[in-house]
Design a binder for this molecule. Structure first.
Ligand code: FAD
Ligand code: SF4
Ligand code: SF4
Ligand code: SF4
Length: 370
């Protein structure tokens, strides 16, 4: 099995090599819970493009931020994961006749990057999908759309994939705005599929609450596994293995603009935190031009304030202590093993619920913790 990424590190699963290959002889496979590009050596003509495009072999340049904002788009935030700025940017591009490449939850529960070129379809991209997006074929769309105003939104490894794709094929990216998200990590889609079965997923988040939302009513058993998926996600049990060594969990960014939640502004009178607040990092002059043109509420903050309660701007997520067991046991037992692997988190939650069940015990515990 020939693998493209430097074997001392892990393939990050961006799909850029699969799209750049002139012989279409690269497929993405799960190897020990890591999405990995694998070459069919019989069809390979050894042109070297896949090694050249690979961000693991050479990463695109990262930018220091120019400005940092807490921001809200009042029209979009209620239906978005945080302050709705991703939608403001998408609509800005669509209204001037451009296109947006971003991540959508499709009818069959698949999560995939798609091209949106009509304002009425902008909402297809709304909301965070807490799973690795299928990128097959999408970088080739950049080549097709490069002469239009184009916005590409994704986790930093996908933005890095897009930038490396342009660099390798010498595509001029002056019309392309790259927007990256601060990222906790992404599980692979097979775990999500197993956990939700045939229930129709509507969203990965209900406002500020991290829970899967469905179009239909779930039975008790399905509810249990849907909940376990979200607990496993939040506690870093089953991310694509490369996420635990993510090179993008830092204040230097691959996008022209970076978006995330802005935590820690609960006492800010100017912003209604209940509907979510976004952090915007403006990293390039191209990014500044777009952010300045948006019709949003924004106020300046420091990167230190943004980082204070956002661990993923400082370091990659810490591997759950049972991640190694997940990699070994899941292929044999499937989702049934999750209950046991997450038992520690359930135990912690049960204790917290007891201790915080009345004001007096809550005050005592908080005093001890101080
Ligand atoms: C997997 C993942 C992990 C995240 N982890 C954190 C975190 O730890 N801390 C933090 O502050 N913020 C995190 N975010 C970002 C946060 O959830 C919001 O997406 C961000 O604040 C933008 O919110 P919004 O309201 O502006 O836009 P939203 O309406 O949330 O729009 C989200 C945009 O993100 C894109 N997108 C959605 N899902 C994916 C995906 N799976 N892969 C690639 N692109 C996607 C869509 O194309 C859309 O344009 C994460 C996002 C994702 C997808
Ligand atoms: S060397 Fe060229 S043909 Fe072979 S897998 Fe890589 S991109 Fe495809
Ligand atoms: S280009 Fe992306 S998918 Fe291909 S080997 Fe490198 S990291 Fe993996
Ligand atoms: S944690 Fe890093 S490697 Fe994993 S999806 Fe996010 S940006 Fe990509």
């Amino acid at each position: 099995m020939k693998i493209i990424a430097d074997e001392t590190k892990k393939c990050i699963g961006c799909y850029a090599c699969a799209d750049v290959c002139p012989k279409s002889c690269i497929r993405m496979e799960i190897v020990d819970n890591n999405l990995t590009a694998v070459v069919n050596e019989e069809s390979c003509i050894k042109c070297g493009l896949c090694s050249k495009v690979c961000q693991v072999n050479s990463m695109p340049e990262k930018h220091e931020h120019i400005e940092c904002f807490a921001a809200v788009d009042k029209k979009e935030c209620k239906t978005s994961s945080s302050g709705g700025i991703a939608s403001s940017i998408a609509k800005y591009y669509l209204e001037k006749g451009g296109a947006v490449i971003g991540c959508a939850l499709l009818e069959d529960n698949k999560v995939k990057h798609i091209v949106v070129d009509k304002t009425e379809d902008a909402d297809k991209l709304k909301g965070s999908k807490y799973v690795k997006s299928d990128m097959s074929g999408i970088y080739r769309e950049i080549k097709r759309l490069k002469d239009k105003p184009l916005c590409f939104i994704g986790t930093p490894c996908l933005v890095a994939g897009a930038r490396k794709f342009c660099e390798t094929l010498k595509i001029d990216d002056k019309n392309i705005l790259f927007v990256d998200l601060v990222c906790h990590g992404t599980p692979n889609q097979y775990v999500l599929r197993d956990c939700i079965g045939d229930n129709k997923l509507k969203a990965f988040r209900d406002g500020n609450s991290f829970e899967l939302v469905f179009e239909n009513e779930l039975n008790k058993e399905d509810k249990k596994y849907a909940e376990m998926y979200m607990i496993g996600f939040l506690h870093c049990l089953f991310y694509n293995q490369a996420c635990y060594e993510c090179p993008y969990a830092c204040p230097q960014r691959v996008g022209d603009v970076t978006l995330s939640d802005f935590w820690g502004l609960e006492n800010n009178q100017n912003i209604n935190n209940a509907d979510g607040v976004s952090m915007i990092l403006v990293n390039t002059e191209k990014g500044r031009t777009v952010v300045d043109a948006l019709n949003i509420y924004k106020e300046k903050h420091t990167i230190e304030e943004a980082c204070a309660q956002n661990g993923q701007l400082k370091a990659p997520s810490v591997r759950h202590k049972n991640n190694g067991r997940f990699v070994k046991v899941y292929p044999l037992k499937g989702k049934k093993c999750l209950k046991r692997l997450l038992i520690y988190n359930r135990f912690k939650r049960a204790i917290r619920n007891v201790l915080f069940s009345n004001e007096l015990t809550k005050k005592i515990v908080l005093k001890i913790l101080k």
